[in-house]
Design a protein around this ligand. Structure first.
Ligand code: ADP
Ligand code: MG
Length: 221
């Protein structure tokens, strides 16, 4: 199963989420690979700080990478893609390769214009790939902030659900990323670790319900 974290906007938490989601998968003993598809190489830099390699991280950010990713994925239970900001063609290749695109968005509407572009690209991909799945994931949530109305409108308009669980603004995420640690290594019993467990479990439920992988890659079924 290939899961991409994608939003044209930088700083929404793509790298934070993809590294920690990959870590969660590896902890549940799934054979996992993280693909750093951002030329700015946040995930690769993070991986280079690590002494423990519970999953492999490779850097791959080419506009024709889709078939290569699908080929690589045959050797893994899960592939997680850390997407780039501001890279339209690259984003398109990532969408084509992915079973599920998770679009991290911040709770306030104003900063989410770029998510609309990603949703638009997914809509285009759906024309040739009917079962393309996408969900919004609210990140960097502060307290009980209410979601902007634009977000609900965008979600409804594009028939893209919003995950029930959110990831909150928590300093442990920033610290662990800087230190080359997963949130489970850095602060295993923290609310931040629980955020990742919750969203990861919810993503797995989507896969279980939909059996997405089979639908989108019938040749590998
Ligand atoms: N939920 C969060 N709480 C606190 N800091 C966060 C959170 N998500 C991301 N950050 C911090 O914000 C910055 C950008 O996050 P990053 O995951 O690199 O975003 P992106 O990959 O979308 O550019 C990093 O310094 C990261 O540590
Ligand atoms: Mg990033």
């Amino acid at each position: 199963m290939i899961t991409a974290f994608l939003n044209q906007k930088g700083g929404v938490g793509k790298s934070t989420l993809s590294t920690n989601y990959a870590a969660w998968l590896a902890r549940s003993s799934a054979k996992t690979m993280l693909i750093d598809a951002d030329p700015q190489a946040t995930a690769s830099t993070w991986a280079s700080l690590r002494t423990q390699a519970d999953f492999q991280t490779i850097a791959l950010s080419r506009e024709n990478m889709a078939s290569e990713v699908m080929e690589l994925a045959k050797n893994y239970d899960h592939v997680v893609i850390d997407g780039p900001p501001r890279a339209e063609k690259l984003a398109r290749a990532i969408i084509i390769a992915s079973d599920l695109v998770v679009i991290p968005i911040e709770p306030s509407g104003a900063s989410n214009w770029a998510a609309g572009e990603t949703v638009e690209q997914i809509a285009q991909a759906k024309i040739i790939k009917e079962n393309q799945k996408a969900v919004f994931l609210v990140t960097r949530k502060i307290g009980n902030t209410v979601l902007g109305r634009e977000i609900h409108e965008m979600a409804a308009e594009h028939e893209t659900p919003i995950l029930q669980n959110a990831v909150y603004q928590r300093i442990a995420f920033a610290e662990s990323l800087t230190m080359g640690k997963t949130i489970f290594e850095w602060s295993p019993n923290s609310p931040a670790a629980r955020d990742i467990e919750n969203i990861s479990t919810e993503i797995m439920e989507i896969y279980e319900q939909e059996d997405i992988s089979k639908q989108t890659h019938p040749q590998s079924a």
